[in-house]
Every structure is written in structure tokens, then in C-alpha cells.
Design a protein around this ligand. Structure first.
Ligand code: G6P
Length: 607
């Protein structure tokens, strides 16, 4: 999500840190900062672009060969200078930059405050320097290890201490970190893109590892002081390739990141034994939510399709009547906002003009507004009464991918949260929580089919039209599949409810018109199979997305892409993967750049 960079060596650290942050800036950020240790520590932080930080550094003496830098993409706390990193302890001895989330920061902060620690920011990160200060007895590595044994959550950190100079201590858990050395010193970063200009040899840290980096050496061990042998990987990437994590396009990188993105969206939010979802962002409206009798979901583009699947989840499992609206329709259709209802706004960017206008309309009419937003501190996030962030990390490809899957995961969490407030049994709650927990691994399993899906794209590359069909939870995926194909490959595609075939689309079918049927083994399986038969009877080629173990579908469909079995309401999250990959490969085959489709923008801030 955010960017970390650190340097210790014979050169001046400040320019190297700024360069590293610039190379990581493609990931998106909203504030930044560096701390450098020369004869005394200096720290500069600023809101906005890196140029703002550069302005602050201008004319200042920032000398020293040890430093850490950070570009922050806000998660806990607003976008302010106080919340930017590096964060420090009370004595200005410990300087920390951190990516990730410290889940138990509330409890730790309370205990530290009772012991007299003074906190200056709203961040979860700030507990780290204070906790390290609490354990510090002159040896930074030891203090960091003790502190990390107390925290829960995910982290990549780089730390230095004024009273134990000449080294950076770095550690990771569920958030990437890489080390490299050259003849001037040692580097650490969250992204190889920040370091590749200095050395091609990278040492990737694994979860639970702590590294001590010095100018000409480093050593790695775990929290129990077991020494870890590390082997360097030589990367032959260009800087641009490194920013894409070695993938050809951001879209593919972001598709492949979905196991981690969904894990981040779920992290700390599932109480499996209690069969409940813990959504901190909804706690202050918990009482109002108990009383509401209706929900309205409002969004645009792929977020709208995620909303449609959410509607089905919320009605089936939470028992709340739900409607889904396009932002652009809602704002003009004189909708009635019932005091007994709440509206859920879904948006990756949090800046979509139509969704924002719809929010203002609901607020004016006195409705309760909730959000599922990826971009922290965005306009929608600020205007909302309460909400839950996706934590998908920055999405750079214009066509939404990991934002959509995390929106679906958060909608499932909403369903669990609201369902357990109502009639949902403990057994059902546990079942949903358990299945949600398995999702990242199941998404990973689905992604392994990428080479097969690429071959399918090659096979169907000359088709001029596609129909995408599905029922119930697969209906929104049919709509999303058609949208993905249109926007990235410029091939005409339409999404339809499979039951609607005979009301029109069937007239289009012939042997040159392929149909993509999303047909997992669920409560409407047989109904969709009948619709596939209607297509086959007109000699239309069929590509089916089906559940693993369903061999029978091979008799009917021309080609099959499999997804693992999961709870019916979670199938859309898995079925998304094949339609995303198919669109991606089709786009590349057509010679397009899937990251920047013609005529489209990532953030649609105009009507
Ligand atoms: C644009 C993007 C889509 C996105 C839609 C809604 O059209 O290209 O990928 O789904 O906006 O954006 P939002 O940021 O509100 O989710």
C-alpha cells in the first residue's frame, strides 16, 4: 500500500530516500516524510505530493548517512502531517516507518498511555515507536523483537534509534520488504522498484523475519532469535517493470494481488467462533442499524455490479429488503429516502461525481449514509456517516479488479454484521465466517488457471461479439465480465440474466457468437444449464465458468474454466477471476494497453 525506503552507508541519505520514494510513488500516496540521522536526528513530513516534501527540505541542512522515508496511503487517521511517517517515541530516539495495520493498537496505546507515553497522532503506527521505546535498553534489534511479539496485524517496518546508530532494523509480516547492498551501503524498501537503480541483487524478507542492515552487511533472524540464511535474487527488471512487480501490466499485477487484497479486507474483521463480523467503522451507528428495515446500495461501474451481488447477499442472508441503484440514475429519479432505511455507497476512488451527488441527495433527505470505499480520506469517505474501507491498496489499472473483489468481500462482512443483528443463526454466521476465511487461498487456486484462460482468449480472439450470462449471484458477474471485455479489448460484449435469453438475445446466437456462461454449482445451476442448452441448440459456442468437480458440464460447453467450491453467496468473488483474466488476455492479444483503455478515466469526477 504505502512505500518504505531506508539507507545506511557512506553517501548522504536524504537524496537517496527522496529518489526511492519517487520510484515508489506510482503506487499512490497522500503524504510523505523522511528522517535522517547525522550528528542529531532531523525529520520532515508533509501532506500531498513529494514536491511538497522537497520544498520543506530546500535550504535545510540534512546531513547524515542513515535515514528512513515513507509515502503514506492513509488507513487509520486522516491525511495530516502528524499522521505521516516517520513516527517517533517520546524521547525522539526511535524513528519508525510502517506499512500495514496494527490491529491491537487500541489496547497497546491505552497501556502505554497509562505508563505516561504521550501520543501525537491518530495512527495505529505510533504505538510501534512507543512500544520499542518501552523495551529499549540500548539494543534496537532486541527492543524491536520484543515489541513485535506484542503486536497483532500486518507490518513492514524500518526503524532506527539515535542511541543505537549505524543500523536500520527492518521486519515483515504480511507486507513486503526487500533488502539490498551496494558498495556505498545497505538499503531496505517495500518495493524493489525503489532499489533497482542501486543494485539488482535483492534479498526478500519472509513473514516473521527481522533484518539488521549495516553499511556493508546485514543479518536476518526471527522473533525467537533463530538465524535465517538468505539467498539473494538477481532481478533483470527495468525500473518500470519493477513497479509492475515484474508483470507486464498493472491490470495483471492487480488481478494477481487479489488473494492478498481480500485477506487485507478481511483482516481483523472476522470473529469466527462467534460467527460475527467486527466492523469498527460501523460501531458508532450499530444501534441505528439494528432499527433499519431497508437498504439502498448506490454506485457506478464495477462498484455498481459488486452492489448488485451485495443486494442478493443482504436479502438472502441478512433478511433486509435491498435495492441497488446507479449513482447517475439515483440523483435524478426523485427517489424516496425512507427514515427507516440506510444507503450504502460503494466506490474505489471515493471521488465518482454521480455517487457523490447521490450521497448529497440522501444526506439532504435525512438518510443514514454508509460507505464501502477504498481511498481513505476521499470525498465520499469524508462525507459519509460511517463506513468500512476495502484496504485493497492503490489500484492503478483503469479497469477495476482488486477493488471489485474486495468490495464483494466487504459486502459479505456487512451481510454477516447486519444478519447477526437480526435473525441469522450462530451456525450460519460461523459458516459464512469460515468460508470467508478460506477465500484468499481459493482465489489463489483460481488464479493458477491463468495459462488455461490465456489459451481460451487465443481461441476466441477473432470473435466480434460476446454474450455473458448468469443467474442470481452470477448475474452481476456476467455484467462485470462483459464490461471488462468491452473496456479493455474494445470487443462488443453484453451481460444478461440467463433467464432473459429467450426475451431477445437468443436472436443473436449463431456459430460465430460465443456465450460466456457463469454457471457454478448453486441453487440455480439447473436453470442456467437449460439456458446453455438454448444457446447450444442454435450452434452457439459456450465457455462455461463452473465449479470444480462438475465434469458433466464438459459435455455441454465447448470450453470450461473451473472455480473452487465455496458458499453460494461467495461464488461471485471466485467467478470474477476468470472473467477478469479473459478480458486481460483478450486486450493484450488485440495489441491494446489494458491499463489505460481509450476514452476512459480511472476516477470519473465529472457527471
Ligand atoms: C470508472 C472506472 C471503473 C469504476 C467506475 C466507478 O469508470 O474505470 O473501473 O468501476 O469508475 O468508480 P469508483 O471509483 O466509484 O468505484
Amino acid at each position: 500500500m504505502c512505500g518504505i525506503v531506508g539507507y545506511v552507508g557512506s553517501k548522504q541519505a536524504a537524496p537517496l530516500l527522496m529518489e526511492g520514494l519517487r520510484r515508489e510513488s506510482y503506487r499512490g500516496y497522500d503524504s510523505s516524510g523522511i528522517a535522517v540521522l547525522g550528528s542529531a536526528p532531523v525529520s520532515f513530513r508533509s501532506v500531498g505530493k513529494l514536491e511538497e516534501l522537497e520544498l520543506k527540505l530546500k535550504g535545510q541542512v540534512v546531513e547524515g548517512g542513515l535515514g528512513i522515508g515513507h509515502s503514506r496511503w492513509a488507513t487509520h487517521g486522516q491525511v495530516t502531517e502528524e499522521n505521516a511517517h516517520p513516527q517517533t517515541d517520546c524521547a525522539n530516539n526511535i524513528f519508525v516507518v510502517h506499512n500495514g495495520i496494527i490491529e491491537n493498537f487500541g489496547v497497546i496505546k491505552k497501556k502505554l498511555e497509562e505508563r505516561g507515553h504521550q501520543f501525537r497522532s491518530e495512527t495505529d503506527t505510533e504505538v510501534l515507536p512507543h512500544l520499542i521505546e518501552h523495551f529499549f535498553e540500548g539494543n534496537l534489534e532486541e527492543a524491536v523483537k520484543k515489541a513485535l511479539s506484542v503486536v497483532r496485524g500486518s507490518y513492514a517496518i524500518a526503524v532506527f534509534a539515535v542511541k543505537d546508530p549505524g543500523k536500520i532494523v527492518a521486519a515483515r509480516l504480511s507486507s513486503p520488504l526487500v533488502i539490498s547492498l551496494n558498495d556505498t551501503g545497505g538499503f531496505v524498501a517495500s518495493d524493489p522498484a525503489a532499489l533497482i537503480a542501486h543494485s539488482r541483487k535483492m534479498v526478500f524478507l519472509e513473514d516473521g523475519e527481522v533484518a539488521v542492515i549495516e553499511p556493508d552487511t546485514f543479518h536476518v533472524s526471527d522473533l525467537n532469535n533463530q538465524v535465517k540464511k538468505k539467498v539473494a535474487t538477481e532481478l533483470d527488471w527495468s525500473v518500470e517493470e519493477a513497479q509492475k512487480g515484474g508483470y507486464e501490466h498493472f491490470m495483471l499485477k492487480e488481478i494477481m494481488e487479489q488473494p492478498e487484497a481480500v485477506a487485507n479486507a478481511l483482516r481483523g474483521r472476522l470473529l469466527v467462533q462467534e460467527g460475527r463480523a467486527k466492523l469498527g467503522g460501523l460501531e458508532r451507528v450499530e444501534k441505528e442499524l439494528r432499527a433499519i428495515g431497508r437498504l439502498n446500495i448506490i454506485a457506478c461501474g464495477s462498484s455498481y455490479y459488486a452492489g448488485l451481488a451485495g443486494e442478493y447477499m443482504l436479502e438472502e442472508y441478512a433478511g433486509i429488503p435491498t435495492d441497488t441503484d446507479l449513482g447517475s440514475e439515483f440523483r435524478y429519479r426523485k427517489a424516496i429516502v425512507d427514515k427507516n432505511s440506510a444507503s450504502i455507497f460503494i466506490s474505489q476512488s471515493g471521488e465518482t461525481a454521480d455517487t457523490l451527488a447521490a450521497l448529497k441527495e440522501v444526506k439532504e433527505k435525512g438518510g443514514l449514509t454508509l460507505g464501502i470505499i477504498n481511498q481513505v480520506g476521499s470525498s465520499l469517505a469524508r462525507e459519509m456517516t460511517a463506513g468500512v474501507y476495502n484496504h485493497a491498496g492503490p489500484e492503478i489499472g483503469v479497469a477495476s479488479t482488486k477493488a471489485t473483489s474486495t468490495q464483494l468481500a466487504v459486502l459479505a462482512l456487512f451481510t454477516l454484521f447486519l444478519g447477526r443483528q437480526r435473525g441469522m443463526s450462530l451456525t450460519m454466521g460461523k459458516r459464512i465466517a469460515e468460508e470467508l476465511q478460506k477465500l484468499p487461498a481459493l482465489i489463489q487456486q483460481t488464479l493458477e488457471q491463468a495459462p488455461h484462460i490465456q489459451r481460451m482468449a487465443e481461441k476466441y480472439a477473432t470473435a466480434a461479439n460476446f454474450l455473458y450470462i448468469g443467474r442470481k449471484y452470477s448475474f452481476p458477474i456476467a455484467l462485470e465480465g462483459a464490461l471488462k471485455l468491452k473496456e479493455t479489448s474494445y470487443v462488443h460484449a453484453e451481460g444478461y440474466g440467463a433467464g432473459e435469453m429467450k426475451h431477445g438475445p437468443l436472436a443473436l446466437i449463431d456459430s460465430s457468437f460465443p456465450t460466456f456462461a457463469v454457471v457454478p454449482t448453486d441453487s440455480v445451476y439447473e436453470k442456467t444449464v437449460s439456458n446453455i442448452q438454448e444457446v447450444k441448440a442454435r450452434r452457439g459456442p459456450v465457455i462455461a465458468v463452473a465449479t470444480e468437480g462438475n465434469e458433466a458440464i464438459q459435455e455441454l460447453a465447448d470450453d470450461v474454466m473451473y472455480i473452487p467450491k465455496t458458499l453460494e453467496m461467495l461464488t461471485p468473488i471466485l467467478a470474477l477471476i476468470p472473467v477478469q483474466l479473459f478480458a486481460y488476455y483478450m486486450s493484450v492479444l488485440k495489441g491494446n494497453n489494458p491499463d489505460t483503455p481509450r476514452n476512459l478515466a480511472k476516477s470519473v469526477t465529472v457527471e
